[in-house]
Design a protein around this ligand. Structure first.
Ligand code: DGL
Length: 283
């Protein structure tokens, strides 16, 4: 069917792409689908190359760009990087350098901006803690972005390099995880006794939330990103009607992974809250 013809247009699927290095983005997709069930979605987990957290800027950028191009090849007009590490290390370059060359009508959005736009409003003490991968913390993206919206807020960060491996290996609810949950929380909280809000700035971390709560003083508010990102996407689509109208709406979700599809299906329900059936792709 010739591109541009009415029939072709009517039949073309234009799902919203949701990307993560592995399973973590499913915690975001779950909230997005709950709020915006009418859209079609494609989820890609780059499980074969996860974790992204300890990798260099150049590597995360190359992997993320490859994935974004794959989404565009599938017909996506809009891609959400539901991964803080990719948002911190690759998003800006993709938006500024690559999109104008690939297709300036297409959009790639991340998870850092929606979180930093509101996080300052959640703290009474004016002191916020950020827990993320080494890559996210080293990039300094959170302090820089929060400063733009809330110049008076003080931001403290702690990298939690063992948390993603614990989660990806199904150890997140085992007693062995307690040591590393306490360790990074203590390292964060000893930076200032006034921290009253902690942002889980990695889309994997909601799986550890029960243990994080267990080892955090009750007066500290722990914030996950899924709902924040979903609300921000809904607003974005309201404000960008042309793009929203282009996206197809059959309420369908397809899952893809760069590693074993059966492994993905076995783990994914923990993150997504429902069983899924994925397909394998090579990038
Ligand atoms: N889920 C990713 C994030 O939000 C990190 C996982 C990884 O290290 O690959 O940063």
């Amino acid at each position: 069917m010739r591109r541009g013809s009415y029939f072709w247009y009517m039949n073309e699927k234009k799902p919203i792409g949701v990307f993560d290095s592995g399973y973590g983005g499913l915690t975001v997709l779950k909230e997005i689908v709950q709020l915006l069930p009418e859209y079609d979605y494609l989820y890609l987990g780059d499980n074969a190359r996860a974790p992204y957290g300890p990798r260099s800027f150049e590597t995360v950028y190359q992997y993320t760009l490859q994935s974004v191009k794959w989404f565009f090849d599938q017909g996506c007009e809009l891609v959400i990087l539901a991964c803080n590490t990719a948002s911190a290390k690759a998003l800006r370059t993709i938006q500024q350098k690559d999109l104008p060359k690939i297709d300036s009508q297409k959009r790639v959005l991340g998870v850092i901006r929606p979180s930093t736009e509101i996080i300052g409003k959640l703290s009474k003490s004016g002191e916020i803690g950020i827990l993320g991968t080494s890559g996210t913390v080293i990039s300094n993206s959170y302090p820089i972005e929060i400063q733009k919206f809330f110049p008076e807020i003080k931001v403290f960060q702690e990298a939690c390099p063992m948390w993603v491996p614990l989660i990806e290996n199904g150890e997140y609810n085992q007693p062995g995880a307690d040591y590393f949950v306490q360790k990074y929380l203590q390292q964060l909280l000893q930076q200032s006794p006034k921290i009253d809000t902690i942002l889980l700035a990695c889309t994997h971390y909601p799986l550890l939330i029960d243990k994080i709560r267990q080892f955090t003083p009750a007066k500290i508010n722990i914030v996950s990103q899924g709902e924040i990102v979903a609300k921000s996407l809904a607003l974005y689509l309201e404000n960008h009607r042309d793009l929203a109208d282009l996206c197809s709406k059959n309420g369908e979700i397809q899952f893809f992974t760069t590693d074993s599809a059966s492994d993905f299906d076995n783990h994914a329900s923990l993150f997504f809250g429902k069983s899924v059936k994925s397909e394998h792709i090579f990038l």
